[in-house]
Design a binder for this molecule. Structure first.
Ligand code: CA
Ligand code: CA
Length: 207
């Protein structure tokens, strides 16, 4: 092979490498260009608190960024992490099996659920692509445990878009029935009291 052929071969190899690097997958480099206005739950410390099943209000996450201490998701395809994190928490009042999804999001998401607190999380469940490029997962939850949901933008560039988190499955926020005595309970208490009084009168007369 002469020098000319070596040159052509080298150009082809470099071209293929460049194509492989730009195959539409995200480079894990934080976007630093213009963004929209961030919602309050851009930061882990100020999550939106979910208190009911169903979808949350749609927000625009195009202004969202990564913050210092944001975790790396365990399930993001190709180990490319995420950008533009958005945070939610919920605390079930009942045990149950629920599904959490962001299928209505208009961008490529990765989602991870944690217990613990910001900077000291324990991962519980994670998903990248469940409904198209959007994320969804099903997991058991325990009453009284606070779960934190982080939704990140897998794609590079300005990123973000419309986001709503949907909780379905068991209603883990259903009101716990209060232990209020019923009429039949009152009647039972009345009979017990009546027998007690009658017994006391009987014993007193006998003595
Ligand atoms: Ca964020
Ligand atoms: Ca995804």
């Amino acid at each position: 092979m002469n020098n000319k052929l070596y040159g052509i071969f080298a150009i082809l190899v470099i071209g293929l490498c460049a194509f492989a690097q730009n195959d539409g997958t995200k480079e894990d480099t934080p976007y630093t260009g213009p963004r929209g206005v961030a919602a309050l739950n851009d930061a882990c410390a100020t999550p939106e608190v979910i208190t009911a099943m169903g979808p949350t209000a749609v927000i625009d996450t195009t202004g969202h960024t990564d913050e210092i201490g944001d975790p790396d998701p365990a399930c993001s395809c190709c180990g490319l992490g995420w950008n533009g994190t958005t945070w939610y928490t919920f605390t079930p009042t009942l045990d149950g099996l629920i599904s959490i999804d962001v299928c209505a999001a208009t961008y490529d998401t990765t989602m991870e659920v944690y217990t613990g607190t910001c900077g000291a999380f324990t991962p519980v469940a994670c998903n990248d692509d469940d409904c198209g490029l959007q994320s969804g997962l099903t997991m058991p939850v325990l009453a009284g445990t606070t779960y934190t949901i982080c939704v990140g933008d897998w794609a590079s560039g300005p990123g973000g878009g419309d986001l709503s988190v949907n909780l379905s499955g068991d209603d883990v926020f259903a009101a716990v029935a209060a232990d209020v005595p019923t009429m039949s309970s009152y009647a039972l208490y009345g009979f017990i009291a009546l027998f007690a009084v009658a017994g006391l009168i009987f014993l007193r007369r006998k003595s």
